[in-house]
Ligand binder design. Structure first.
Ligand code: SF4
Length: 263
């Protein structure tokens, strides 16, 4: 009897010759198998890295270097300092699934001429209960929320789904790892963002120089996420995605006169 051949795995393995960077993982061919390590450890000697068994990758992916839980496995904070020897394609799939759940199946789906994405409206329209509120975001508000939540500082997946007037992510800015539909973290962030929109809005004068200071402070929060604020705690004012969302809202003002760069 012929062994079952997984077409997604077969195509993925055939997609590269000697090595491949997949999100934060560097995959290199070693004989009939592979070796995996963190992409930032590419230039290190083998002896400088801890050899991990394949089965330890799930645990490795659970927490950051600082020990914080990683609710989003595609966040750009995978721990460094390890390498794993892989004997076969089947083990390669197991390894990548532990680091990036569903990665090869999603990669394969994204290769089709029309990838099977679920766009923001389709996704939020089927929400019930406490998440229905996300449907109330206007297209412009939803675009700001998505741009902030899926920013490359927070997630390496290439977002292929979208909302009106918001282009999909480019592969160059993110990675080969596709995102086919909004994740739970995005939905929770959208819920919180709509709650904030419903608060009484304040208006106050701000000189361009003060706007620059505000933007610089927000950029610092967004780029140097505090270890004291959980990634998924969107009630925390100092949450990095919340800072990024305010930056997205300030973007038109900054373009209108101040000289800071919001990228
Ligand atoms: S929805 Fe956004 S944050 Fe969530 S996995 Fe997709 S790209 Fe990443």
């Amino acid at each position: 009897m012929r062994a079952f051949e997984n077409p997604a795995l077969k195509n993925f393995a055939a997609s590269f010759a000697s090595d491949l960077v997949f999100a934060q993982v560097f995959i290199s061919r070693r004989g009939s198998g592979y070796e995996l390590r963190h992409v930032a450890d590419c230039g290190l000697e083998d002896a400088q890295l801890q050899i991990l068994p394949l089965t330890d990758l799930r645990l490795l992916a659970q927490s950051t270097e600082a020990g914080a839980f990683r609710p989003l496995k595609s966040a750009p904070n995978l721990r460094r300092g390890w390498r794993v020897s892989i004997a076969s394609d089947a083990e390669l799939q197991s390894a990548l699934d532990q680091l990036y759940p569903g990665a090869i199946a999603d990669w394969h789906a994204a290769q089709s001429p029309v990838p099977p994405v679920t766009n923001f409206r389709e996704f939020t329209n089927r929400q019930t209960g406490m998440y229905r509120i996300a449907q109330m975001l206007t297209d412009a508000q939803a675009a700001q929320v998505i741009t902030a939540a899926c920013h490359k500082n927070f997630c390496l997946k290439q977002r292929l789904w979208t909302v009106a007037n918001l282009p999909a992510d480019s592969r160059d800015e993110k990675s080969l790892l596709p995102c086919l539909e909004p994740c739970a973290l995005l939905l929770e962030f959208a819920r919180k963002a709509m709650r904030i929109e419903q608060e009484e809005q304040l208006t106050f004068p701000l000189a361009p120089a003060e706007l620059n200071t505000l933007v610089a402070a927000l950029e610092h929060i967004a780029e140097h996420a505090s270890t004291e604020v959980r990634e998924g705690d969107f009630n925390a004012a100092a949450n990095a995605r919340r800072a990024q969302l305010v930056l997205e809202k300030l973007r038109p003002l900054v373009k209108g006169g101040a000289s800071v760069d919001l990228e």
